[in-house]
Ligand binder design. Structure first.
Ligand code: IMP
Length: 433
């Protein structure tokens, strides 16, 4: 049985949590492949709201094994808090979740440096989530990171900490004028976490491949989104990992031949948190209204998200760099508010028109969207149960996005609940007998 990748097609917060949760119904494993607790997924089941940061959304189905794979960075304190939160609500996450020993750890100095580096950048700051993500991935690339498996070997944990802290403490004290950190204190703290997290430590590569060999279906779940990708996003206003579909392969240790679906989660408009260019951004009352109706506040940091019209140039780009087979379109209901909708079909810069993502950052920074106006549908659609019952103008809007992005729209979400998802094309992830 093949695997499916679920990827954010914009700047994150597209509703991957809801999509993964819904599609996990027919899946055995949900594998988170990159990022850390910079992510925030809100999943609503009945009247219960779950806010997840590290734990794959599949946890809410008892038959699913959630996996945190090699490409993720883990803050063990946050992981334990999240596990305990789920336990308090009647789930048994300590017994079910499997974590790769190769996943890197976020350490106290990563969080501290994330904050200090942002502060020092002043106006040029990236607007990170200050969770230590960038510094943790930087240490991984510099080969001085600590990994989940190090938690369970006290000698190695202490040795690695001593070595890395020589350099980190110089940085903290000499560059940033902060107090040095004690290797012993950090070791004691992390060894306490180890006691709690030991049952989760697993050979996830073996688990994933044994599952694939046994004909089981797996979902590889990304965090953040295509435009926040370290290589393919709007650098330097990106995160420090690879949310794109290729990142799923390296992050989970799965070869391309196992993948048969790549689902791009795409909002019916666009949002962005943190700094960086955003061609279709709205600064007027329409934008205010979109933020409020869409509840566009970060799950992780509570920050107000920037909002803008749908951008087909970005959608085409997401299609190219991920090889999308489907779009899962979210939050269509939010647009019911507006009489007329704009869709950016190209950018204009210095007299030239760009249908595809421009090759140079300066073009993207100054790109002027070329809009096409389409009519709104003028009524609430959040209680519609079948795709064909949507107003004609709403279906026309979806058709237009599909035509513009070049990717079939398979699901359309009209509200946060599982039940508020309309199937537009009947192509289930796991074919029914
Ligand atoms: P970092 O991932 O904390 O280093 O932040 C880098 C950039 O990615 C900032 O602009 C963040 O706002 C953004 N970012 C990180 N995680 C998310 C997410 O889950 N959703 C949306 N934006 C995110």
């Amino acid at each position: 049985m093949p695997a499916t990748i679920i990827v954010g097609a914009q700047w994150g917060d597209e509703g991957k949590g809801k999509a993964t949760d819904l599609l996990a119904d027919t899946t055995d494993l949900v594998v988170r492949y990159q990022g850390g607790n910079n992510a925030g997924h809100t999943v609503i089941v009945g009247d219960d709201v779950f806010k997840l940061h590290l734990i794959p959304s599949g946890i809410l189905y008892p038959h699913v094994t959630p996996v945190i794979a090699d490409g993720v960075v883990i803050d063990p304190k946050v992981l334990i808090e999240e596990l305990e939160g789920l336990e308090a609500r009647g789930l048994d996450p300590f017994a079910r979740i499997k974590v790769s020993g190769n996943a890197h750890l976020i350490m106290p100095y990563h969080r501290e440096l994330d904050m200090l580096i942002e502060r020092r950048l002043g106006k040029a700051k990236l607007g990170t989530t200050k969770r230590g993500i960038g510094p943790a991935y930087a240490d991984k690339a510099a080969r001085v990171g600590l990994r989940f498996q190090d938690l369970f070997d006290e000698k190695i944990l202490r040795q690695k900490l001593e070595a890395v802290l020589v350099h980190k403490n110089e940085q903290l004290s000499k560059i940033y004028n902060r107090l040095p950190m004690s290797p012993d204190e950090i070791a004691e703290e992390y060894l306490r976490y180890a006691d709690r997290l030991r049952p989760l430590h697993a050979d996830t590569t073996d688990l994933i491949h044994t599952s694939l060999e046994a004909g089981k279906h797996i979902i590889l779940e990304g965090a953040q989104g295509t435009l926040l990708d370290l290589d393919h996003g709007t650098y330097p206003f990106v995160t420090s990992s690879n949310p794109v579909a290729g990142g799923a392969l390296t992050g989970a240790g799965v070869g391309p031949r196992h993948i048969d679906r790549v689902i791009g989660i795409t909002k019916a408009y666009v949002t962005r948190v943190g700094a960086g260019p955003f061609p279709t951004e709205l600064f007027d009352e329409v934008g205010e209204r979109m933020t409020d109706v869409g509840g566009e506040y970060g799950t992780t940091t509570g920050r107000r998200r920037r909002v803008g019209w749908f951008d087909a140039v970005l959608a085409r780009y997401a299609n190219r760099v991920n090889g999308l087979t489907d779009i899962f379109l979210t939050k269509l209901d939010v647009l019911s508010e507006f009489e007329a909708l704009q869709v950016a079909t190209a950018y204009r810069y210095e007299g030239e028109e760009y249908r595809h993502f421009p090759p140079h950052q300066s073009i993207f920074h100054h790109a002027e969207p070329v809009y096409e106006e389409v009519p709104g549908w003028g009524r609430d659609i959040s209680d519609v149960e079948h795709y064909d019952d949507l107003p004609q103008a709403a279906r026309d809007y979806v058709d237009f996005l599909e035509e513009q992005s070049g990717v079939p729209v398979t699901w359309v979400s009209v509200g946060p609940k599982r039940s508020q998802t309309l199937v537009r094309r009947d192509v289930p992830l796991v074919p029914t007998a």
